[in-house]
Ligand binder design. Structure first.
Ligand SMILES: [Fe+2]
Ligand SMILES: [Fe+2]
Length: 178
């Protein structure tokens, strides 16, 4: 296992939250590969974006800064992590492609994963149209911010249904999410 994964396990003990981190990691790896970016770097940001959430929910993501610095992560990487919570919890706006993709992969993975648990075949049974319809059901996964999902897709300039299909494909290949 990588040093990123060791760090994750040190700070996040909850199975569900770890799964969320794996999902965002896989989504980021997928997009980095698709657009020729640094796969390991993008994947690591996905994996570690909520590193401080379990221990410091009130000050997330600022509390991630000392943890990441101490473990040798560079300033750009840390800024990307901070920007995923802009503007509610951070004052670092998303300026780079890297940071926009991290934001776009965050809420949607949680929603699709929650939706897949209702399907007998899991992720294999999930289609973009079903997800789009379910997004309108306000009672379902109510802690997932619908506006963030729409804004995320808009920021990366990918149609939401295409983005959803990409995320499904990315997560399907991740055995840790079964
Ligand atoms: Fe977060
Ligand atoms: Fe997250």
């Amino acid at each position: 296992m990588s040093k990123h994964h060791d760090l994750l396990c040190e700070y996040i003990k909850t199975e569900n939250l770890r799964k969320h981190c794996y999902a965002v990691e896989s989504a980021m790896r997928f997009y980095a590969r698709q657009s020729g970016e640094d796969e390991d770097r993008w994947a690591a940001a996905g994996l570690l974006h909520d590193i401080d959430w379990e221990i410091y929910p009130d000050t997330h993501p600022s509390s991630a800064v000392p943890i990441l610095k101490e473990n040798g992560y560079d300033d750009e990487f840390i800024e990307v992590i901070l920007s995923h919570a802009y503007p509610e919890r951070s004052d670092v706006p998303r300026k780079t492609k890297f940071s926009k993709y991290l934001f776009a992969c965050d809420e949607i993975t949680g929603f699709i994963l929650a939706y897949s648990y209702m399907k007998p075949g899991g992720l294999d049974d999930v289609k973009p149209n079903g997800v789009l319809k379910k997004l309108k059901d306000k009672a379902f996964a109510r802690n997932v911010n619908r506006e963030d999902i729409r804004n995320g897709a808009e920021e990366i300039g990918i149609e939401l249904s295409t983005h959803i299909q990409n995320i499904i494909d990315a997560m399907k290949g991740d055995l840790r999410l079964k």
